[in-house]
Design a protein around this ligand. Structure first.
Ligand code: HEC
Length: 404
């Protein structure tokens, strides 16, 4: 019953998370586009009002003419629209999902004994610390070196690489990718909460009091906002990565994560420049090259055929019996892959490995997940041995589904 309730919490949080994230990133993309597409007005009336950029757009059957003021408008309208709930609600639903899925199931999802063995309590503590430390270090870099945008950019990038490396050596690959994304997303939301919105509030307060507006608020907010823009694509990959075990199961998964995030940054850069009317294909080309490098890097290695391994002729001759395979499934897999599994509310991903027919039907997937990528059993909670993985490999290579 508890598992069933958690499943519903998971469903509702995930649904809300995707909706709020679309609202947040959608408005963020829109404003980045708007800001970079503005043109200096020619109308003297607009110039006189203090408008520094404007554009015309048609959307949904109407014509729009947004105008951006160089400094503060002379009078502030009483109804000023703000954008922050999109960001806060994305963070809150995302954190809720992290709690329900990863922190409540730390031993299955956060921990991989082959990476680093720790107690569930320690794993939960480390996961939360990972998010907090990420913000503290990032914010520290910006505070200390804030005047030098390039230096800040380089230091932040180096920190993300280091963080990805650490996460991949502490948590299961799947959790490491997700947590790195969550850390960046936490930074993005904290930027809105701690810098961008308070800065805007101070600007508005000064304007309402008729005082001059200190440009530092705008400058600080802008720097954080630019960082958020470059974090977006990397974060979105990290959030989706748990569907792609080929990426997080690799031996050097931290490098895979870094390269794919880099590809995201390069591709985003292309669009930012394009908004300004500058088309430079080199950016996305470099991004695609990074993705290509990853694709080559994580491509499945052909396993040395059993017969070619030292002393393998004998091993190949003695083919693995199906009874042995079934025994491995019973000891290592059915806890989560059965009609009524013990460790999951229902069969994980709808895959059952508790009957000969089901095992044979999933032979290819078993081979991929348990032999090639070694992502199953999840976190190796059921402690499958390398020898058992090798036996499953032999069974599959000898024509699994048809064997007796
Ligand atoms: C602790 C629970 C647990 C154990 C034990 C476990 N699995 Fe899984 N398995 C899962 C979960 C959860 C998923 C779904 C993962 C996802 O959504 O990406 C899954 C997914 C799979 C998939 C589908 C992968 C895909 O992307 O289509 C296969 C195949 C699989 N497991 C095989 C195995 C095999 C073989 C074993 C035993 C050697 C095993 N599992 C043991 C929890 C487990």
């Amino acid at each position: 019953m508890e598992g069933y309730i958690l499943d519903w919490a998971n469903l509702l949080l995930r649904w809300a998370h995707v909706i709020t994230a679309i609202a947040w990133i959608g408005s963020s993309f829109y404003f980045v586009w708007l800001d970079n597409s503005l043109e200096k007005p020619v109308d003297p009336q607009l110039l006189e009002k203090g408008v520094g950029g404007e554009l015309w757009a048609v959307h949904g059957g109407g014509f729009y003419n947004p105008q951006k003021y160089l400094g503060a408008p002379r009078t502030l309208p009483s109804n000023l629209h703000w954008f922050y709930w999109e960001s806060y609600s994305t963070w809150m639903t995302g954190f809720g999902l992290l709690v329900v899925l990863y922190l409540f199931n730390a031993s299955t999802f956060l921990i991989d004994r082959n990476v680093y063995d720790m107690s569930p309590g320690a794993a939960v503590g480390l996961a939360i610390a990972y998010l907090l430390v990420g913000w503290v270090v990032y914010d520290g870099i910006c505070r200390l070196f804030g005047k030098n945008d390039k230096l800040v950019g380089v230091l932040v990038a180096l920190y993300v690489v280091l963080a990805a490396y650490v996460a991949c050596n502490v948590f299961s690959g799947r959790a490491a990718f997700l947590l790195t994304g969550a850390m960046l997303a936490t930074i993005m939301s904290a930027n809105v909460l701690v810098w961008i919105i308070p800065g805007q509030r101070k600007m508005v307060a000064a304007m309402r009091e008729g005082k001059p507006v200190d440009p530092i608020h705008g400058k600080n907010g802008k720097q954080r906002s630019v960082h958020n823009t470059y974090f977006t694509l990397p974060v979105l990959f990290a959030m989706l990565s748990n569907h792609y075990s080929m990426t997080y199961a690799h031996k050097h998964n931290w490098l895979v994560l870094v390269l794919i995030m880099l590809a995201g940054v390069l591709i985003r850069q292309f669009f930012i420049l394009k908004h300004k009317g500058r088309i430079n294909i080199a950016w996305p080309a470099a991004g695609v090259a990074a993705l290509g490098a990853v694709a080559v890097m994580v491509a499945p290695q052909p396993r040395t055929p059993v017969a070619a391994q030292p002393g393998g002729a004998a091993a190949a001759a003695s083919t693995v019996s199906f009874a042995k395979v079934q025994q491995i499934m019973n000891e290592r897999c059915v806890q989560c892959h059965a009609e009524a599994p013990k460790m999951m509310p229902t069969a994980a991903k709808g895959i059952r490995l508790d009957t000969p027919e089901e095992i044979k039907a999933h032979a290819q997937l078993i081979y991929q997940q348990a032999v090639q990528q070694k992502v199953m059993p999840l976190g190796n909670v059921t402690q499958i041995t390398d020898e058992e993985r090798a036996l499953l490999g032999q069974w599959f290579e000898a024509g699994a589904a048809t064997a007796n």
